[in-house]
Write a protein that binds this ligand. Sequence first.
Ligand code: ATP
Ligand code: SKM
Ligand code: MG
Length: 175
Amino acid sequence: MNRIYLIGFMGCGKSAVGRRLSFLLKLPFYDMDKEIVRQTGKTIPEIFEQHGEKYFRDLETQFLQNFKNDYCIISTGGGATMRKENQKIMRNTGLVMFLDAPFREIWRRIHRDPNRPIVRQSTREEIEALHKARYRGYKQTAHITIRTEFRTLRQITQYAAFQVNRLKSERFDLN
Ligand SMILES: Nc1ncnc2c1ncn2[C@@H]1O[C@H](COP(=O)(O)OP(=O)(O)OP(=O)(O)O)[C@@H](O)[C@H]1O
Ligand SMILES: O=C(O)C1=C[C@@H](O)[C@@H](O)[C@H](O)C1
Ligand SMILES: [Mg+2]
């Protein structure tokens, strides 16, 4: 139990909070999407186009199975909590924090981004339905849910750091 996983829908703030938390707690930061891009030498849209979504989901599971570093912060892909297998690995190897942002805010942040194949191919209603369908999975996977509405990135990061320090003595071995 010595990693911190940030989970949640696309655009909820995982990368932005992860970077700040990494600085505050002095722990290295890994972005799962970026690691997959680095390992495959392909962009995420390329992976989806050339190999399909299932292949990308397998890469996510492989990343979680093979990742060896401890004492770090990992920002996960927005769909990485869909598989039970992935949920298990995350809960068993770290503290899992769900950044819970309201859908209208998420949509405002992601709808023009060309690097998100799922958003590019879908309507707002479809993405909202996906958010709804995944919500329970995020809640179930997380040890802690952080509601981000009306909070700045700084406030969210400080709250996350407070939770890490609070839980450290109980079950989270970061020393
Ligand atoms: N609480 C917040 N207040 C203001 N801006 C925010 C907040 N959370 C995130 N943002 C901004 O929203 C955008 C999306 O955030 P970010 O890239 O961190 O999301 P993400 O969860 O990593 O998404 P993905 O991994 O799917 O790309 C960024 O420009 C980020 O600075
Ligand atoms: O929500 C999703 O299914 C995804 C989110 C991104 O982080 C990437 O992992 C990819 O674009 C798929
Ligand atoms: Mg990100």
